[in-house]
Design a protein around this ligand. Structure first.
Ligand code: NDP
Length: 446
């Protein structure tokens, strides 16, 4: 698409989806990348494939009433955006966070379409969630909320239709309550949700998958740069599921992870983060990262999460949330000698930050390629559920590793084929887009 076509598409997106700034940002980023691919394939332009892809196939918005422990009634809003089913059932997580609104869910669902296409597994793209905040709620309150949420969602999902998973604020506890209600309402035990617990349909490695996958992806990047993880200083934002398991694998490969964060602030421990302490605080006590500094005298705590990008490192893994690295943070990473950035979170770098990395020769692993390990393993969970079989940890990890290598190769090859060698952001967008586009062309105007 020539520049003016991208601009007119963006005008239409903004007019049709007012106020959904994260969605506009995600569409713009992909439109700019795939413009060169569409120029080479005019039949895709004639069929308006890009314009069709950016319109979700279906959007569901619903009321979620629930009662807290003291009997007070609360009303939240639930969402499920079924974005694209050209290559398989809709697949993507549920996010429970007060910031959730339609624009966030649509940006995540849109990104998911291309990410899932890169995984080489047969899954379409979707995303959902609610503006409910599980923080500070009791287990019983979370359970009542999840049951109410599923009382509506169950009629829209199914093992061959739409298979939700977790995301921010939705871990094994929430998936358990959602699954229990789904099973009761449908009287069936199927693989409709992934991220289930071990022993009731879950897959080994799912918990670790996004973090481990990110490290496998960045390992390939480091190899290309002639480097390895040994003693490399690494900064990882967040201290949730992705961050913890990225830290675990990086440390197992010999890296020195020196900083982690949460939404209040960050810790720096030059002696190397003691991951057992982080796991205890975050996974067991559901506490704050600040508590780490009280247990380890080698660490300092700083208020404000954005400051983490001023900590000098060779590899930066933003794994908390969208738009957490702005241009100033990117410049600070470049100035301090960072050689590689791998996005563990979805869209954690602003477009200006990505440009700063590319202009300064920092190797950049975009989210839809680098953090695909979670959805890869969810697809492997669906596969095991369909076969009624459980694979070993080694079997799942081996498949995850192979698929992450293949995602890296697809992004590199597409970047080369379309004249932007080394630009994995464009490469991943083009490879994912072409796979979905060709499937849509084959299936006619539906
Ligand atoms: P979690 O809820 O487990 O953890 C999120 C972490 O990010 C927490 O430490 C949280 O801190 C921190 N955080 C949230 N908002 C901010 C903020 N504004 N500034 C700084 N830190 C913040 O989520 P996940 O680890 O599962 O997900 C993290 C990211 O990775 C998301 O973008 C998600 O979409 C993406 N992702 C996750 C996958 C998965 O398999 N889990 C798969 C692919 C992508 P606090 O506790 O203070 O809120």
């Amino acid at each position: 698409m020539p520049e003016q076509v991208v601009e007119s598409i963006m005008e239409a997106v903004v007019a049709r989806n007012p106020g959904e700034t994260e969605f506009h940002q995600a569409v713009h980023e992909v439109a700019e990348s795939v413009a060169i691919a569409i120029k080479k394939h005019p039949e895709l332009a004639r069929a308006k494939i890009f314009e069709r892809i950016m319109e979700p196939e279906r959007q569901i918005i619903f009321r979620v009433p629930w009662q807290d422990d003291s009997g007070r009634i609360h009303i939240n809003r639930g969402f499920r955006v079924e974005f694209n089913s050209a290559i398989g059932p809709y697949k993507g997580g549920l996010r429970f966070h007060p910031s959730v609104y339609l624009g966030i869910i649509k940006f995540l669902g849109f990104e998911q379409v291309f990410k899932n296409a890169l995984t080489t597994t047969p899954i379409g793209g979707g995303k959902g969630g609610s503006d409910f905040d599980p923080k500070g709620k009791t287990d019983n309150e979370v359970m009542r909320f999840c049951q109410s949420f599923m009382s509506e969602l169950f009629r829209h999902v199914g093992p061959d239709t739409d298979v939700p998973a977790g995301d921010i604020g939705v871990g094994t506890r929430e998936i358990g309550y959602l699954f229990g209600q789904y099973k009761k309402l449908t009287n069936s035990f199927t693989g409709t949700l992934t991220g289930k617990g071990l022993g009731w349909g879950g897959s080994l490695v799912r918990k670790e998958a996004t973090g481990y996958g990110l490290i496998y992806f960045i390992s390939r990047m480091l190899q290309t740069l002639g480097k390895d993880w040994k003693d490399l200083p690494v900064v990882i934002s967040g201290s949730g599921n992705v961050s913890i398991y990225a830290c675990e694998r990086a440390q197992q490969f010999g890296a020195r992870v020196i900083a982690m964060s949460d939404s209040n602030g960050y810790i720096v421990d030059e002696a190397g983060i003691k991951l057992d302490t982080v796991k205890k605080i975050k996974e067991v006590q559901r506490g704050r990262i600040k508590e780490y500094a009280a247990e380890h005298s080698s660490a300092q705590y700083n208020e404000g999460s954005a400051g983490i990008w001023t900590v000098p490192c060779k590899v930066a893994l933003p794994s908390a949330t969208q738009n957490e690295i702005d241009v100033e943070s990117a410049q600070s990473l470049v100035k301090n000698g960072c050689i590689a950035v791998g996005e563990g979170a979805n869209m954690p770098s602003t477009p200006e930050a990505i440009q700063t990395f590319i202009d300064n020769g920092v190797s950049f692993g975009p989210a839809k390629a680098a953090n695909a390990g979670g959805v890869v393993t969810s697809a492997l969970e669906m596969c095991q559920n369909s076969m009624r079989l459980d694979w070993t940890f080694e079997e799942v990890d081996k498949r995850l590793h192979l698929i992450m290598d293949s995602i890296y190769d697809q992004a590199v090859q597409a970047a080369e084929a379309f004249g932007v060698p080394g630009n994995l952001a464009d490469g991943a967008n083009i490879a994912g887009f072409l796979k979905v586009a060709h499937a849509m062309m084959a299936q006619g105007l539906v």
